[in-house]
Design a protein around this ligand. Structure first.
Ligand code: PMT
Length: 396
């Protein structure tokens, strides 16, 4: 993990934070701003973290400057304690003018800020707007607390306790590690079946449901492989993504990677049909005559995986339906040899394709559980909870 330290009187707390995190087994990489080095020496944090400290004024850090992107990419958590009003303002506007602001802008890891400043600065509308903006982007905050401040006043702006900061950091590093040791394969998004060099058949899947599943499984400690169709989403942190275009591409990837998995969750929407022949040139208009396309059936990826299922593997499928939802979903559960099927009535507002929420029913051979409208991320966690109840085994 990365610990960023900015320049404020609370910078000395960084020493205790590093020391506690190290005792808990974390590999802590410290980045200090120039001002932070006025309050606490890099040598202190270098000694406590047993790693070189990156600091803008620090001679030895020069080689690190080229490596900051790697540091940003490797981090599983980015904690900044203390975080000044200035740092929050830079982050809110995307400013990157030193090592810390540059590295945090480049990371996809969860970011946790422990603000510390004078009460008036904390309460200033500019700081509050920045806090809200950052929170909307997913940045987490611990504190500030009420307390006696260095400027002689008492109020909000005191850095949170070291215990709270370390506890929140641990919760973010591994909120519930109940999928630790499990290999999870998730499929997501639509396929594109080419008709000619410029056209293809596709569907309305955005990939949001599958990406939420991949993100949730990774956050719960699983080793996640995501097979993704063409979507415009960022691959979640810590997830290994492989891309497909057509249903046949997906089949090849699923057959290659499926056998090694403990859990396979198929949220992709693969096309059931493809063009019998892909025209080598752009298909031209035919003077008002109808154009007839001949389509042939694509392989059923879930069925193919189901036929190869080895004992102990647990397979989850989705059913995107518009009528007789539960009956169709149950048939798919059997036909594709799934252990659980997530039935989606894609006609309901707030459910199915290209929205941030979903309304699903989880159907296993044991029972059926109807869920209320939830965010796709929440649905993902409920699916994973059910998978664990059904007894997903861990890899050897
Ligand atoms: O991507 P989003 O915009 O977030 O939307 C989410 C979703 C609606 C795409 C998703 O929640 C969903 O329902 N995915 C399944 C879509 C689908 O193809 O449903 P189906 O009923 O046609 O297929 C049933 C199951 O078989 C699915 O697990 C599917 O991945 C799989 N399948 C389907 C066709 C095929 N040729 N091979 C398959 O493996």
């Amino acid at each position: 993990m990365v610990l960023g330290v900015t320049g404020g009187i609370a910078a000395y707390k960084a020493a205790e934070i590093v020391s506690r995190l190290k005792k808990l087994g974390a590999d802590v990489r410290v980045i200090m701003t120039k001002n932070a080095c006025e309050f606490i020496t890099p040598l202190t944090l270098e000694t406590l973290s047993a790693n070189p400290v990156v600091c803008d004024t620090f001679e030895r850090a020069r080689t690190w400057e080229v490596e900051h992107i790697a540091l940003a990419a490797r981090a599983d958590l980015f904690l900044i304690a203390p975080a000044t009003a200035n740092l929050m303002a830079k982050m809110a506007t995307g400013l990157a003018d030193d090592m810390l602001s540059t590295t945090v802008l480049a990371t996809r890891a969860p970011v946790l800020l422990a603000p510390a400043m004078n009460t008036a600065m904390w309460e200033h509308p500019a700081t509050q707007e920045n806090r809200e903006r950052l929170a909307r982007r997913g940045v987490r905050f611990v504190g500030p607390a009420e307390g006696h401040l260095a400027c002689g006043t008492t109020g909000k702006g005191h850095i949170a306790s070291v215990e709270d900061i370390v506890a929140q950091a641990c919760a973010l590093l591994c909120p519930v590690c109940d999928l630790q040791g499990r290999r999870v394969l998730v499929t997501a998004g639509p396929t594109r079946e080419p008709l000619d060099p410029v056209r293809y058949l596709t569907n309305r899947s955005s990939g949001k449901m599958g990406y939420a599943l991949a993100e949730a499984a990774a956050a719960r400690g699983a080793e996640v492989t995501l097979l993704t169709g063409p979507v415009s989403l960022d691959v979640p942190h810590g997830v290994h993504a492989l891309r497909f275009e057509t249903t046949q591409d997906l089949l090849a990837l699923a057959l290659e990677h499926g056998p090694a998995q403990d859990i396979v969750i198929q949220a992709a929407a693969p096309a059931d049909y493809r063009a019998q022949e892909v025209a080598p040139y752009k298909i031209k208009k035919a003077d008002g005559e109808p154009l007839t396309l001949s389509l042939v059936e694509n392989p059923d990826v879930a069925k193919a995986l189901g036929e190869r299922k080895r004992p102990g593997q647990l397979f989850v499928g989705f059913a995107a339906e518009t009528n007789d939802v539960l009956a169709h979903a149950r048939q798919k559960l059997e036909r594709k040899r799934l252990d659980l099927i997530v039935a989606n009535d894609v006609t309901r507002p707030g459910a199915g394709f290209d929205v941030d929420t979903n309304i699903v029913t989880l159907i296993s051979r044991e029972d059926m559980r109807e869920l209320p409208i939830l965010s796709k991320r929440e649905v993902a966690d409920r699916i994973l909870d059910r998978v664990l109840e059904l007894g997903a085994p861990a890899s050897d």
